[in-house]
Design a protein around this ligand. Structure first.
Ligand SMILES: [Zn+2]
Length: 300
């Protein structure tokens, strides 16, 4: 039997799973990510793959999700917030040590692949997967395949400016990327918390604001309404370009149930269509989508 091994390289942990041919999970293991040490990170990934094959007694294909991308021009890692990976020949080094092809994709693309393959968007021809948590990642899948793009940034919406900004949303906050008013500065969990703080003077985390809104706190409810309006505009600009069948939300903010009703009601006024049939849905595999999608980088 040939396994599909998926490995998700995160900033603090590396998670590995083995899927059988039907996509059933046979084995799962987490290890800590070595900090600021590229060679140790490579070794940890290799050791995890070897452990999975030893524990299951089978060999497998290997897919890896990373917080960044492999530059098509150089073959080196770029755009990684785990900065010790940047500029490194990660694919080459892993293939040398594991003696086989290793497929690598951005972690948001892996999320999208997972939900497109056997998750919330499995019936969709075109889908957009969004991860909204500490940042805002995105990935596009067409016929269950990720759209990588000429610059390996397909689906990366977070550093476009917030569309249809109101006067008090311009120019917006400076983003770590150098621009002002990026979608990420508004829609990430920390961005939501900052917006609430600026309107109320209250220092709460994103989930606390949501909880307070649910409990009838009027100021928290207004913050959540502003958030829904911004998310609706940001997604409407995606719909106007790629017109997906389904948009799947992931990450910490995807646990806010009212988004799935309220955001499509708002986006209707921004989408260039008499009606909008795009569905906004919760992920089926939750936090496991990243690592499952890495495994599904080998669909055959
Ligand atoms: Zn930015």
């Amino acid at each position: 039997m040939t396994l599909r091994i998926g490995i998700d390289l995160g900033g603090t942990k590396i998670e590995g799973i083995a899927l059988d041919v039907q996509g059933n999970e046979l084995f799962r293991q987490r290890v800590a990510t070595p900090q600021h040490d590229y060679a140790a990170t490579v070794t940890a990934i290799v050791d995890l793959a070897v452990l999975i094959e030893k524990q299951t007694g089978h060999t497998g294909t290997i897919g890896l999700g990373i917080p960044g991308a492999i530059s098509p021009a150089t073959g080196l890692v770029k755009n990684a917030n785990s900065v010790w990976l940047i500029g490194q020949p990660l694919k080459e080094d892993l293939q040398d040590k594991l003696r086989r092809e290793v497929r690598i994709a951005n972690d948001a693309n892996c999320f999208a692949v997972s939900e497109a393959t056997d998750g919330a968007a499995q019936d969709a021809q075109v889908m957009f997967g969004v991860i909204i948590g500490t940042g805002t990642g995105g990935g596009l899948c067409i016929d269950k395949k990720p759209l990588i793009g000429a610059n390996a940034i397909g689906g990366e919406w977070g550093h476009n400016p917030l569309p249809w900004p109101a006067d008090d949303e311009r120019p917006g906050h400076q983003c770590y990327c150098g621009q002002y008013g990026c979608i990420e500065t508004w829609l990430s969990g920390p961005g939501f918390a900052r917006d609430h703080h600026q309107h109320t003077g209250e220092q709460y985390k994103a989930q606390e604001i949501v909880q307070r809104a649910m409990n009838g706190d009027e100021r928290a409810a207004q913050s959540l309404q502003r958030y829904e309006h911004r998310l609706a505009r940001a997604l409407a600009s995606i719909i106007n370009i790629v017109d997906p069948d389904v948009i799947v939300l992931g990450g910490g903010m995807s646990n806010i149930q009212r988004l799935y009703n309220n955001v499509p009601e708002i986006w209707a006024q921004y989408v260039f269509s008499d009606r909008v049939d795009t569905r906004l849905v919760a992920p089926v595999h939750g936090d496991s989508s990243g690592v499952r999608g890495a495994a599904w980088l080998w669909p055959q």
